[in-house]
Design a protein around this ligand. Sequence first.
Ligand SMILES: [Zn+2]
Length: 244
Amino acid sequence: MCNSSTPCTDTDRRKFLKTAGLTMLGTTALAHTSMATAAATVPKPENNISAKEAMKRLDAGNTRYVEGKSTLHDFKSEREVLSGGQNPYAAILSCADSRIVPEYTFDSARGDLFVVRIAGNFASVDTIASLEYTVGVLGTPLIMVLGHEKCGAVAGAISSIREGAELPANIPKLVDAISPAVGLALKHPHEDQLLKQAIRENVRLNVATLKAASPMLSKLYALGDIDIVGGVYNLNTGRVDRVS
Ligand SMILES: [Zn+2]
């Protein structure tokens, strides 16, 4: 046990995360063999780090990617190490845009990032559940909501809301999810910055949603055991700028 006189180590934190996650998920869900196996296996000890260390690692990986100095990964040995489980050090809620590849963006190997992708990178019941799994069961200490420049989902939402553009099939559901961010961006005085502002507001709103909408994530965030941050990917440079 750790307390004010005995600071928590990373091992303590990860034990707590797993315990909290297992408790909140409930014994019924964890009776599922694959979940129990995932929780019990730690194939990458170097991924047992704090949220702060995880953020530094994302930043360092992004710098290597931007500078064209990405690591040459040994996929053969990675496959063998990861055959028994996973313990990613960060989770990324990313847009599904084909130009955004979080593993490349942060120069990460397999088993390092738990990537949840949906056009418009927004928190929904399904994406939150996936993030709860990686935080609560796998012990991931950091979540990043990753938007990007010139996001088609956000641009489509702006067109639909401002011009009444009709979108086919189920695509209006994306507009519904992104419309609160567009509403905030429309209050911005610079018309030429509307898309850029909406993309940033969408990241901010979804970071806030993750901090508040899930009892599991909210509790762990309030305790300081996980962090939830936002970023926007620059298409030209590959740089991820933090959104606060
Ligand atoms: Zn997008």
